[in-house]
Write a protein of this length. Structure first.
Length: 267
């Protein structure tokens, strides 16, 4: 999903979802309060902020001057959960929605026009929420992908079944230049593109668990130089720690959104 401002240098800098169809192309936080969100993530992840073309309720998060994520303070207005959501590049949002519904998934929102593209919010057949985006990406998107400030992991009941679902929706594993490959590594299914880990799928989630951390869900991971420093900053600014290991922590922001900070870049 493109929260970013138009490029001042014109159309030659515009990058489309079509060449990277099926790959995670953006991560976005749905929140209630922009001021709280900016303060928290600025303290924990060192982000700075700039306006987005979608309106006053939207922001683009910057790390070292590069866009890394979007924030939409529309949770109350659109009656949506406060949560981080990965968006996958689509050739056609309508086609992606049809494929999801044909395979037992559900449509929550859309497809809706959010110039310069179209978006939809969906859930897979186990209930994990994700989005699709058709259209322009951030003009700095290739840098975002190469530096990989984030990656996403699906916690689901059956990784093999989920890989089939997403593979059929997004044509994962199709042999085309620049496309993705799906490999099995240990107990995970791993989506790779251009040698980089783009997404992982892990079994073990419980479909009806009351705890959102063990229900099927996509978890956004941000690579950081110091996990402990992020944990301390989160606690000082109204967040909390869900789990903590030597190189990784699952955190909850002040409004309840879960995310992971890790010292490892993918796998």
């Amino acid at each position: 999903m493109n929260h970013d401002m138009p490029s001042p240098s014109g159309a030659t800098d515009v990058f489309s979802t079509h060449p990277v169809y099926g790959t995670p192309c953006w991560v976005s936080l749905t929140s209630r309060d922009l001021e709280t969100t900016e303060e928290f993530y600025g303290a924990v992840l060192g982000w700075r902020w700039r306006p987005a073309r979608l309106g006053e309720r939207f922001r683009v998060a910057l790390a070292d001057g590069m866009p890394v994520a979007g924030v939409a303070a529309v949770a109350d207005m659109w009656r949506m959960a406060v949560a981080w959501t990965p968006y996958f590049a689509a050739r056609s949002a309508d086609e992606a929605v049809s494929r999801v519904q044909e395979r037992g998934g559900t449509l929550a929102v859309g497809p809706i026009s959010l110039p310069p593209g179209r978006a939809a919010l969906l859930a897979d057949r186990d209930g994990a929420t994700f989005g699709v985006w058709e259209g322009e990406l951030s003009t700095d998107w290739l840098s975002w992908q190469r530096s990989q400030p984030s990656f996403v992991r699906l916690h689901t009941r059956d990784a093999f079944d989920a890989a089939i679902f997403y593979g059929e929706v997004f044509d994962w594993g199709v042999t085309e230049a620049g496309r993705t490959e799906v490999v099995y590594e240990g107990d995970e299914v791993v989506l790779r593109g251009d040698g980089h880990v783009l997404a992982c799928i892990q079994s073990g989630a419980l479909g009806s668990a009351p705890d959102p951390t063990i229900r099927p869900h996509w978890q956004v991971h941000f690579t950081v130089p110091d996990v402990d420093a992020c944990v301390r900053a989160a606690e000082r600014h109204g967040g909390s720690v869900v789990t903590l290991r030597d190189d990784e922590a699952v955190l909850r922001d002040p409004e309840g959104a879960l995310f992971t900070v890790t010292s490892r870049r993918g796998r």
